[in-house]
Design a protein around this ligand. Structure first.
Ligand code: MEV
Length: 329
């Protein structure tokens, strides 16, 4: 049984079965090619889904009176008392049960991730998205993509206040997502290239980064506004480069974006180190990806041989994990 988005809430509550079974949901990691932070202010950004890095969630209904449990990352305990890191997950459960008109039903939640949290790879949006899907699945309910994204973004608001919606869309999307001024579309990259994603091992809080940028914007609207405009221009041009297979130009714009992101004060010395390593080993461009203050570096390589060489150098310069992603036309 499923229902279509757009039916009124009375209709929905009549159709949702009373007794859920165990539900399963899956999403994946994302990497932002260009435009992080400035996208929060309406400028364009492009992110790619990383389908090989999965986030899975299971939602198991429990009897009334029992306390819901959460198993996620290194936490195992009460969902209610799970605290700050899991605020988004808790909210994901609440908004989905409210949406289904079953706010009284409790679920044990378990998540399992192929990629680390707090590294700019979209872990929070991916976890919320997977949990939302698991609960909908528990009731055999299908909803539209718009509705899923809306639920995920409601959870993301708890995680970092002003989500652009890019993470929610890309961690559940099939194609590269372009977002600008709230308007989303998918793009088709041209030309073959590889992305090398390297984890500094430093946890970067997206909430802290987004709030830091916001307060600097308030203090210096002209200066920070100019940085945002420049990031927006680089992003717009980089998206065109990708659509036209202009990889060298794209790499150059990634380098420019890295300068601007450092000027926004969301860099980290370990990011700078790995960015330099990647460039000196032949990357066409390299920058941080995601919220910053730690997390991952993203490097663009034109061939598999280059990507392998860059990966090896990144590992020997301290990257904790390195992933390869092939961008195919
Ligand atoms: C976080 O992955 C990307 C940011 O641009 C925030 C957002 O888009 O919501 C920093």
């Amino acid at each position: 049984m499923g229902f279509a988005y757009g039916e009124d809430s009375q209709e929905v509550s009549r159709k949702v079965q009373a007794l859920p079974h165990e539900g399963y949901g899956q999403t994946w990691a994302k990497t932002i090619l260009i435009g992080e932070h400035s996208v929060v202010y309406g400028h364009p950004a492009l992110a790619l889904p990383l389908h090989s890095l999965k986030m899975q969630a299971w939602a198991t209904p429990i009897a009334s009176g029992q306390q819901a449990q959460l198993e996620a990352l290194d936490y195992s305990g009460s969902l209610e008392e799970s605290g700050g890191t899991f605020g988004g997950l808790k909210r994901a459960v609440e908004v989905t049960l409210n949406f289904l008109h079953h706010p009284q039903q409790a679920f044990n939640i378990r998540t399992q991730s192929d990629f680390p949290a707090g590294r700019g790879l979209g872990s929070s949006a991916a976890a919320s998205g997977a949990v939302i899907r698991a609960i909908l699945d528990a009731y055999d309910v299908e909803v539209s993509r718009e509705q899923l994204l809306d639920l995920t973004n409601q959870a993301e608001k708890i995680t970092h206040g002003h989500p652009s919606g890019l993470d929610a869309a890309t961690t559940s999307g099939l194609k590269p997502v372009r977002l600008a001024a709230g308007s989303m579309s998918t793009i088709q990259p041209q030309g073959d290239a590889y992305l090398v994603i390297a984890d500094t091992g430093v946890v970067g809080s997206t909430k802290e980064a987004v709030e830091g940028v916001r307060s600097r914007f308030q203090e210096d609207p002209t200066g920070v506004g100019q940085l945002m405009d420049s990031l927006g221009e680089q992003s717009e041009a980089a998206i065109r480069d990708l659509e036209n297979g202009q990889m060298e130009s794209l790499g150059h714009r990634m380098n420019e974006a890295q300068v601007l992101l450092n000027a926004l004060q969301i860099g980290h010395p370990k990011l700078d180190l790995l960015v330099e390593t990647a460039r000196s080993c032949g990357a066409l461009g390299a920058k941080l990806t995601g919220g910053g203050l730690g997390g991952c570096v993203l490097a663009l390589a034109s061939t598999k041989e280059d990507a392998d060489r860059i990966s090896k150098a990144l590992r020997s310069d301290g990257a904790q994990q390195v992933w390869l992603h092939q961008m195919v036309a």
